[in-house]
Design a protein around this ligand. Structure first.
Ligand code: HMG
Length: 313
């Protein structure tokens, strides 16, 4: 059993984890992953104490085949929602068609996703940044009508595979556009995991001038092994929401070379060591990561998970 250590004064006392495994984690898997396996993963994640689990994406099945079972996923989540009313299952909705699917599936939270770079916006959602904001307007308006919360993502906040360096002010502009639109939280994605702590800090400083820092989330991929260091830098600035993926699953189909999100196990271990509460049981989380990794035929991409597993032996 890993204990939570003494809390360090200038850091938050609690962090909200938004689990990306079933969506960001699996969207790029080339081998088919059945709805049954995805739902079993979600059940196991709930058992760890996770409360926010992004479940699927209402995107084009031609663009992202792995998410094409979105309707089946929503059906399968209904009994889980009834059994665990305190757990939310956000889903991605890039346009009104996606929103209509999410609404039919009784989603209580959706997410729109923009980018800080024109190159990534075109490759990922086939439109410019400005066009994407226009597409999101009816999604947010409809969501409001139905009492559905909307989260906003900004991708490529620390670098773009197509456009290179991204100015913090450009990230701030897109984040503000999404916040002004009505997104309750803005998740800032280092989609290709190229950031370093000073860059992450400069980006959060710029964005928090236009969106309150308690409305920001960090969504860092771990391609260059910098995600924990970057997260620590952002915690020092007051960020209290972190997106992560069990077993370090994932990668974006439209971000060449990007690996998975920072592993939830690694984040929880670091936060435990800092005395920051997450409500997540690390041992059960390692087990959930082993479950999905076994299904995919590989080891978890989490240093912490592998350390815990070898200690158990
Ligand atoms: C956005 C679109 C749909 C635009 O795609 P498009 O081709 O420009 O859209 P369209 O309106 O011209 O429609 C073309 C076809 O797609 C269908 N369509 C249209 N909309 C939908 C929908 N919602 N659901 C299902 N089908 C849809 C539509 O019905 C039509 O079907 P057809 O007549 O050819 O049979 C497309 O580009 C797409 O699906 N892209 C996938 C984007 C994606 O899922 N990327 C990965 C997630 S984002 C991410 O991972 C980053 C993040 C969030 O994690 C943060 C980070 O790490 O940075």
């Amino acid at each position: 059993m890993v204990m939570v250590d003494d809390h360090i004064e200038h850091l938050p006392s609690e962090v909200r984890i938004v689990e990306m495994g079933p969506r960001d984690g699996l969207q790029n898997e080339k081998q088919p992953v059945s709805t049954e396996v995805k739902v079993e993963l979600i059940k196991r994640l709930i058992e760890t104490g996770e409360k926010h689990i992004e479940a699927t994406a209402f995107v084009s099945p031609k663009w992202v085949p792995q998410m094409s079972d979105h309707h089946e996923m929503m059906q399968a989540l209904k009994p889980l929602k009834e059994a665990h009313p305190d757990v939310t299952f956000p889903v991605l909705t890039p346009n009104i068609k996606g929103f209509e699917g999410a609404l039919a599936g009784n989603a209580e939270e959706v997410a729109v996703f923009a980018a800080a770079s024109e190159g990534f916006s075109q490759k990922n959602i086939n439109c410019s940044i400005a066009e994407s904001i226009e597409r999101f307007k009816p999604v947010v308006a409809e969501a409001k009508k139905h009492g559905i919360k909307v989260r906003g993502y900004v991708s490529c906040v620390l670098g773009c595979p197509f456009d290179g360096e991204i100015a913090p002010e450009q990230v701030a502009k897109v984040a503000k556009d999404l916040y002004d639109l009505g997104c309750y939280e803005i998740s800032l994605g280092d989609t290709i995991g190229v950031g370093t702590p000073a860059k992450a800090k400069a980006m959060i400083e710029a964005v928090s001038k236009v969106v309150p820092v308690d409305k920001l989330a960090c969504h860092f991929h771990d391609t260059y092994g910098q995600a924990l260091a970057n997260l620590y830098a952002c915690l020092e600035l007051g960020v209290t929401t972190i997106d992560s993926s069990v077993a370090g699953l994932g990668g974006c189909p439209y971000a060449p070379g990007a690996t998975g999100n920072v592993a939830t196990e690694d984040v929880v271990y670091m936060l435990n060591g800092l005395g920051i509460k997450t409500g997540i049981d690390l041992d059960k989380l390692v087990d959930a990561g082993v479950y999905i990794s076994d299904q995919l035929g590989r080891k978890p991409v989490s240093r912490v998970a592998n350390a815990v597993l070898s200690k158990r032996k």
